[in-house]
Design a protein around this ligand. Structure first.
Ligand code: NAD
Length: 499
């Protein structure tokens, strides 16, 4: 298989300077999908230099906002033109179903359009200084060279939540996708060039976290690092960026509670909705979602009935290759993730959890090759706060069950985590649902729903789930410096110093 020129520097596609390559695997059968360039620190330095030149000497930072917005809209159109192709790339690379891939493309298109609209509206402001001799304005300017480091679960989406606002604001950038799933980012960068972005503004280096991500985080010519990924890598990024006092945005993991009150299950319809949503919260994309509702925190009186129905439905989830017809859930992304999942289930068993369903790899079938990284949706009952599976993000198809009897207890359990990314509350009592939502220490709280997000609304975490926000006005502000220009209309000596 020939090597894909997956490194993009100063408008040119190339292989790695050092000749390194990496096989990108199909998680459904472990075959090689593509061989891409494995960049190193030398490629990274070249990409940063190109982004630096494009920022310091190029036209993009000074291009009129309306023109930058128009480019973003062209990118959105191109994403829609290539919708099927990109969905297929994403499905084969990550294992997710084709339909999930299509949803990702649509979400990303909406994000490009949103930031195009936002940037022309989020203008600076004239400040009333209260002095007729002073003219004062606050304006926004791009931050400079941005480094973007993304994970493997939503490669196109995570890239776009950074790329769209960064470009809208007039920055240049170097992006490093996860080495496990680089293909949709390569396609996205091709679309940026096709839409007319000047050479050097968007640069891409494929390769490992260390050296490529590490170099991006520490390099003195990088002004901002925006990272999405796990807590361990995010901490290293923050440490590497600290000596240069770079701006750092971190979107990290989560251990997300789904709190279900008995009153949500009072009617058959309510019960069915709460079970269905709990299933979706935990098992979509095999639980490889930062906001996965992996902790079911349920009122004790309805637990047995709820868990029995949930397990019944979890057993029916059709697992298989994401591109196969009728498949509802794909494999885990890599052997490493599969083994990690097995490790969590083993440790939960040792710590006293009851495996209600799953807890093993499935039997191979026509749509589930034996070499694929499949794992059955797993429900673990009898879990408690002390367990590793409750405290750590498993990032696999594992749903744990804990019970409560009072509202206070439910809130205490839901907040008992180092993370704070997202959580859900299901209740038939609106006042209670809102009371609980107000007390949850999580960046997104869903009431009677789980997972939806809006490009207009900020996304990010409390606690160890991160620093900063993506999407919404705050998501654009991350990529802008704010400058106050104070103008004296009647300059005279100050005479602070007498001599
Ligand atoms: P990861 O931390 O292993 O890798 C993320 C990225 O960081 C990859 O590109 C990787 O190559 C790079 N990296 C690794 N070591 C690095 C280093 N020392 N310096 C710089 N970069 C380095 O995470 P992952 O396994 O790819 O993704 C899963 C994690 O991402 C989960 O914890 C998940 O919760 C998190 N995530 C968070 C969000 C969010 O919005 N908060 C969204 C998606 C995923």
């Amino acid at each position: 298989m020939s090597v894909t020129e997956s490194i993009h520097i100063d408008g040119e596609w190339r292989t790695a300077a050092g000749g390194g390559t990496r096989d990108v695997l199909d998680p459904a059968d472990a075959t090689t999908l593509a061989v891409v360039a494995e960049g190193d620190a030398k490629d990274t330095d070249a990409a940063i230099a190109a982004a630096r030149r494009a920022f310091d000497e190029g036209t993009w930072p000074h291009t009129a906002t309306a023109e930058r917005a128009a480019l973003l809209r062209r990118v959105a159109d191109l994403l829609q033109r290539d919708r099927e192709e990109i969905a297929l790339i994403e499905s084969r690379d990550t294992g997710k179903t084709l339909e999930e891939g299509r949803v990702d493309v649509d979400d990303v298109t909406a994000a490009f359009r949103y930031f195009a609209d936002l940037v022309v509206n989020e203008t600076g402001r004239v400040v009333d200084a209260g002095d007729p001799d002073v003219h004062s304005v606050v304006v926004h300017e791009p931050v400079g060279v941005c480094a973007m480091i993304t994970p493997w679960n939503y490669p196109l989406l995570q890239a776009s939540w950074k790329v769209a606002p960064a470009l809208a604001a007039g920055n240049t950038f170097v992006i490093k996708p996860s080495e496990v799933t680089p293909m949709s980012t390569v396609h996205l960068v091709k679309l940026l060039a096709e839409a007319g972005l000047p050479a050097g503004v968007a640069n891409l280096v494929t390769g490992a976290g260390d050296p490529v991500g590490a170099r991006l985080s520490e390099h003195p010519d990088v002004d901002l690092v925006s990272f999405t990924g796990g807590l361990a890598s995010g901490t290293k990024v923050a440490q590497a960026a600290a000596p240069g006092v770079k701006k750092v945005a971190l979107e990290l993991g989560g251990k997300n509670p789904n709190v279900v009150f008995a009153d949500a299950c009072a009617t058959d319809e309510g019960f069915d909705t709460a079970v269905d949503q709990a299933l979706n919260a935990a098992f979509i994309h095999s639980g490889q979602v930062c906001s996965a509702g992996a902790r079911l925190i349920i009122e004790a009186s309805v637990k047995d009935r709820f868990v029995a129905e949930l397990a019944e439905r979890a057993r029916k989830i059709r697992l298989g290759r994401g591109t196969a017809d009728g498949v509802e859930c794909g494999p885990l992304v890599s052997r490493q993730q599969l083994e990690k999942t097995e490790g969590y289930v083993a440790s939960a068993r040792e710590e006293g959890a009851t495996v209600v369903c799953g807890g093993a790899r499935p039997e191979p079938s026509e749509v589930r090759p034996a070499e694929g990284y499949f794992y059955l949706p797993t429900v673990l009952d009898d879990c408690h706060r002390g367990m590793r599976v409750i405290r750590e993000e498993t990032f696999g198809p594992i749903l744990t069950v804990e019970t409560f009897t009072t509202e206070d207890e439910a809130v205490a359990l839901a907040n008992d985590t180092d993370y704070g990314l997202a959580g859900g509350v299901f209740s038939g009592d609106t006042a209670r649902a809102r009371r609980v939502a107000a007390r949850l220490r999580h960046g997104t709280v869903w009431i009677n729903d789980f997972h939806p997000y809006l490009p207009q609304a900020e996304w990010g975490g409390f606690g160890k789930s991160g620093v900063g926000r993506e999407l919404g006005p705050h998501g654009l502000a991350e990529y802008r410096e704010t400058k106050h220009v104070y103008e004296n209309l009647r300059p005279t000596p100050v005479r602070w110093f007498a001599g």
